[in-house]
Design a protein around this ligand. Sequence first.
Ligand code: XMP
Length: 522
Amino acid sequence: TIIILDYGSQYTQLIARRVREAGVYSEIHPCTIPTEEVEAMNPKGLILSGGPCSVYDPEAPQLDGNLLSLTRDDGSPVPVLGICYGLQAMAHLLGGDVEGAERREFGRAQIQFPEGNGASELFDGVPSGSTVWMSHGDHLTALPEGYEIIANTENAPVAAVRNLEDPHYGVQFHPEVVHTDFGRQILENFAYKICGCEGDWTPASFIEERTAALREKVGDRHVILGLSGGVDSSVAAALLHRAIGDQLHCIFVNNGLLRKGEWEQVQKTFRDHFHMDLHAVDATDRFLEVLDEVVDPEEKRVLIGNTFIDVFESQTDEIAEELGHRPTFLAQGTLYPDVIESVSFKGPSATIKTHHNVGGLPEELNFELIEPFRELFKDEVREIGRLLDVPEDIVGRHPFPGPGLAIRILGDVTRERLDLLREADAIFIDELREKDLYDEVWQAFAVLLPVQSVGVMGDERTYENVIAVRAVTSVDGMTADWAHLPHDFLGHVANRIVNEVPGINRAVYDITSKPPATIEWE
Ligand code: XMP
């Protein structure tokens, strides 16, 4: 394992990606983690990320010098690579000079290797003059003792350094971004040549390792898991089932707000295909009763969240009764991006994004948490899901909000309106799949508006509902652009919806981006 300590850079996740793409397992931890904990993880190497601070900011996270004297099992020193702020923090600690620049150096630069020193293993296979990506304010003006310069650029006399004795390196530029031509090579050099890693980590080896670890952790105890039908919880269920079989108990709640066919499909997959102990509860009536005449979006979210917790708790009680004791663990499909938003050290204070994840369970439930994907990215989880034989329908599915269709029906949520929306949504999704456009967009769905409009069908005037069709492209859901789907395609979808769903006589396409709009309409 290579441990990456996060000093708040927007690129930290990319470092982890690049290292894992090289087949070396990497984990990101906040820079505030105690050094003993890092030591206990027995890392083969350590990478210190960039960050937004200057080492002179009073609140700037400092480096614990003990990190630079960690040793591995064989007694050799743990190699360290400081990137940008990581380098500055190292240099500052060791008595080098870091200076604030008049202006930030930002963009491309060409690295050169000084006579004699260019042979550093870090730059094996990297041609002199190749492009690197700079993005920093401060820079190093004097090296700490025992260090030498191994690369420079026209504007930065110190673009990379190494310690003369220990395998400690620092680079001022960002090898993890694609604009650094040989960035991948540099990180591979660090992982293979300097840390001596093998490059044999794959999603398949992750499954092996994690199932063994889960078996050991769980022993003969029991785990419950809330299945939503989404990618993360489904793959978590498949992994746990492989590890502990019948000691896993899944709870799947029908809140009446699922998409067309979802209730049946999830049961078919997990009960019939995987033969899991699936507790599927149809709580539609209860949810719809609670939502009766509620129009405020946040109120809908809270009511749905609370009702979910109630239903989940009573299911847990039932499982406990069957087992004769309460299950010890609660498993969740939390992914790395969910974690980083809540723990990453971003400047003076830890950022906490309010996560609107309905389905979150309160701590009072008193379970020990199991989060097997805490360090993974979505596409890695998808890959693992495929290897575990989770059907493509589930593995490749667009994100779907916890409150489900309730926040896609503007205004009052009723059974009739849910049925209308389900049909329209299914037509749109079918067509996207049919025309191979489904994977081109990040999320796509229909929204039922609380207005009626006039139309004409046959010889008759109609006065019926309006459906909005929404499709967006995005990387992380934080920002999004409306998907520029072909006009003919959209025309065809509108036609089918209006012709096939009685009660709808008009369809419009949403062409706002986020910001200023949001992806969902509520
Ligand atoms: P917005 O509408 O805020 O959505 O642009 C961004 C992403 O978050 C999803 N979303 C939710 N997910 N509970 C969830 O689990 C919610 O209450 C919720 N609201 C929005 C949305 O589908 C999109 O992927």
